[in-house]
Design a protein around this ligand. Structure first.
Ligand code: NAP
Ligand code: GDD
Length: 382
């Protein structure tokens, strides 16, 4: 290995150790969750990482379920990692998969959680059209397996349950904005699987008196967002174009509208739902809707490019106003067989019940993501 590579690796390790030290010393600062045990599925995902940080900072012991993978899938929670040989370990990982009932039951039995946050899912809408059966298995039957584990193990009185429900349930929207009373009309195998999950949570709450709640969350993003979701694809693309590693960005439907908030703020809402005396279902959203093309324009402003749109449909292009260079093209492979055109949520129930609100505007979110990706992309190519 080249000397420069070794030095760089040592530096990154040192930075990681310092960050971990700071994190673990800071989390002693708030111990309102001290003594409580949480089980987080999907711990390696965007929300899993933010939620684990949040719960650890509250004093919880956090058990996370991660899938076995042939390559590393723990990058987002690296800074939380604790050596299993340490005493008083508060962040513990278990191998598991939502499609494996025996595994799910064994982990719930071992952990005896006070709170379960079910975040694990095949969460990509477009991918769900290609992997519909698997998506149903993980996203619909997965939550059923967890609820059954809690029930069979006699934990219904002790364990509170959070289900990661989604604004995709509203699909072809029946009202604008959407709230807890808006009828559902899912538009993808993902949405349909999540519909089953939503109702099985309601059913177990009513049938067995379980403290089980649905968080109907609208899109939330961050620098930790998966790279194939549109916001992150855009911000990474802009960073790669700026550094000269990519020529253009190829996108699908530029006119879809989404209600984009910051993931860090949404995990607080998940926790708040489980702190209520009664279980219930809540929308979390910003109340503002934005077109994909507006997000693209904002992202390019970070590298001082103002875009003009020319042409229509599949031939539409985003070009630099100053130089005429084409930066964005439409690629039909990113169109979906059935699309969700417009999402905008009304989170007044969560605001009135427990004071949840968002703080970050979508423009700030976009700028933060581009700035982080500018650093990341340049590091990757060093
Ligand atoms: P994400 O980044 O895609 O993370 C999904 C997590 O689930 C990952 O840890 C993934 O593991 C894990 N997972 C996938 N299939 C699994 C399986 N069969 N068994 C066990 N684990 C599995 O998603 P996210 O953005 O954090 O979203 C968290 C949850 O909220 C998801 O259920 C999503 O559907 C829902 N949701 C998200 C949004 C949003 O805007 N982000 C909005 C509403 C609802 P790997 O790391 O190994 O892939
Ligand atoms: N992914 C992607 N890639 N989407 C694109 C692209 C592209 O190149 N071009 C345009 N889009 C459009 C999609 O058609 C969609 O209308 C919109 O951008 C947002 O797509 P995603 O970022 O993939 O998110 P999503 O809204 O489909 O789903 C996300 O939010 C849901 C909550 O509403 C996921 O996080 C789901 O798990 C979540 O439930």
């Amino acid at each position: 290995m080249a000397r420069s590579t070794i030095v760089r690796d040592l530096n990154s390790q040192l930075l990681l150790d310092i960050w971990a030290l700071l994190f673990w010393s800071m989390i002693g600062m708030n111990d309102s969750g001290k003594g409580k045990v949480a089980l987080v599925t999907g711990v390696t995902g965007q929300d899993g990482a933010y939620l684990s940080e949040f719960l650890l900072a509250k004093g919880y012991t956090v058990h996370g379920i991660k899938r076995r993978s042939s390559s590393f899938n723990t990058a987002r929670i690296e800074h939380l990692y604790q050596d299993p040989h340490e005493t008083n370990q508060r962040f513990i990982l278990h191998y598991g998969d939502m499609t494996d009932s025996t595994n799910v039951i064994r982990i719930v039995q071992q952990v005896q959680p006070d709170e379960v946050y079910n975040l694990a899912a095949q969460s990509h809408v477009q991918v769900s059209f290609e992997t519909a059966e698997y998506t149903a298995n993980a996203d619909a039957l997965g939550p059923l397996r967890l609820l059954e584990a809690i029930r069979l193990l006699g934990l219904t009185e002790k364990t509170r349950f959070y289900q990661a429900s989604t604004s995709e349930l509203f699909g072809m929207v029946r009202t604008v904005p959407q709230n807890e009373d808006t009828p559902f009309y899912p538009r993808s195998p993902y949405g349909v699987a999540k519909l089953y999950a939503y109702w099985i949570v309601v059913n177990y709450r009513e049938a067995y008196g379980m403290h089980a709640s649905n968080g109907i969350l609208f899109n939330h993003e961050s620098p930790l967002r998966g790279e194939t979701f549109v916001t992150r694809k855009i911000t990474r693309g802009v960073a790669a174009i700026h550094h000269g590693y990519q020529q253009k960005l190829y996108l699908g439907n530029l006119d879809a509208k989404r209600d984009w908030g910051h993931a860090r703020e949404y995990v607080r809402g998940m926790w708040q739902m489980l702190q209520q005396d009664q279980p219930d279902d809540y929308v979390l959203a910003t109340g503002e809707t934005t077109r994909v093309r507006d997000f693209v324009e904002q992202a390019f402003r970070n590298i001082t490019v103002e875009l003009d749109w020319i042409g229509h449909g599949i031939s539409e292009k985003g070009v630099c106003k100053r130089t005429g260079r084409t930066f964005v093209e439409v690629d039909a492979r990113y169109f979906r067989p059935t699309e969700v055109d417009l999402l905008v949520g009304d989170a007044s129930k969560a605001r009135n019940r427990f004071g949840w609100t968002h703080h970050t505007k979508w423009q700030e979110l976009c700028d933060e993501m581009v700035q982080e990706d500018l650093i990341l992309v340049s590091k990757e190519h060093r």
